[in-house]
Design a protein around this ligand. Structure first.
Ligand code: CO8
Length: 258
């Protein structure tokens, strides 16, 4: 893991932390940074001792968007042949929960990467926005879809069409983030959340994530069918036996890892 230049990685027990670390450009998401992020996510996802991954930036910026300097010379049809957004999908391929811990700016692609994560925790300094319209483009990594799912059409339309930012309190009010915490407590709370998930049954957590995410893609009937299959399959795990036995014996369950 030592060959990263634009991210830092840490372990806190079962919680893994990936910190975007390109401070001179407010963590603007260039090709190299996204490649390193994808590699780190894959490595932690494959590591059985990791229960959940926290993705964060600096106090000033989670990420101020895709790198505008790198994008400016790109032109079509080159952009069509070389889809520079494809590596971004690595975030979506992670089976373990990914928690975005956002302080400062989460703009454009930064907001989109945060929304690809499973749980968003915001510091009270966080600012979210999709300002692409001011650059003559539109959100390209899912912002127009995920923001609309999260906060509804009218507010999403206002943000995407004007590029205005929303602060942390508004983001919590409209359901974009799970909760807002004081900036000084952001990382402790994000890591504690990841560790708490680590005490639970790993297969149940992975399938619960799959089921919730399916609600964004499947019609209700199909989604409920998928949920039912996943639910029933968990009765084949030792963790289900342990979880229910522990409840009945009035003790703490001891779930297996991996
Ligand atoms: N790209 C490249 N460099 C950036 C970016 C960026 N997105 N954001 C900030 N920087 C750089 C600045 O150029 C500056 O560099 P330098 O010191 O060399 O001039 C440095 O970071 C510090 O920035 P500022 O001086 O501007 O800091 P301020 O505190 O004054 O302002 C802001 C902070 C408001 C965040 C401001 O920097 C800003 O508006 N940034 C751009 C925000 C933006 O428009 N983001 C959207 C980008 S487009 C996008 O994300 C499209 C996604 C589509 C999918 C992506 C596919 C790959």
């Amino acid at each position: 893991m030592a060959d990263y230049e634009m991210i830092l990685t840490e372990r806190h027990g079962a919680a893994a932390v990936i910190r975007l670390n390109r401070p001179q450009a407010l963590n603007a998401l260039c090709d190299q940074l996204m490649d390193e992020l994808a590699r780190a996510l894959r490595a932690f996802d494959a590591d059985d001792s990791v229960s959940a991954i926290v993705l964060t930036g600096s106090d000033k910026a989670f990420a101020a968007g895709a790198d505008i300097r790198e994008m400016q010379p790109r032109s079509w049809p080159g952009t069509h042949r070389h889809d520079f957004i494809a590596p971004w999908e690595a975030v979506l391929g992670v089976q373990k929960p990914v928690i975005a811990a956002v302080a400062g700016f989460a703009l454009g692609g930064g907001c989109e990467v945060a929304m690809m994560c499973d749980i968003l925790l915001a510091a009270d300094t966080a600012k979210f926005g999709q300002p692409e319209i001011k650059l003559g483009i539109l959100p390209g990594a899912g912002g127009s879809q995920r923001l609309t799912h999260a906060i509804g059409k009218s507010k999403a339309m206002e943000m995407v069409l004007t590029g205005r930012m929303m602060d942390a309190a508004e983001a919590e009010r409209c359901g974009l983030v799970a909760r807002v915490v004081p900036a000084a407590e952001l990382m402790d709370q994000a890591v504690a959340l990841a560790q708490k998930i680590g005490e639970l049954s790993a297969p149940a957590v992975a399938m619960a994530k799959e089921a919730v995410n399916a609600s964004f893609e499947l019609p209700l009937r199909e989604g409920v069918r998928l949920e039912r299959r996943l639910f029933l399959s968990l009765f084949g795990t030792e963790d289900q036996k342990e979880g229910m036995a522990a409840f009945n014996e009035k003790r703490k369950p001891l779930f297996r890892r991996g």
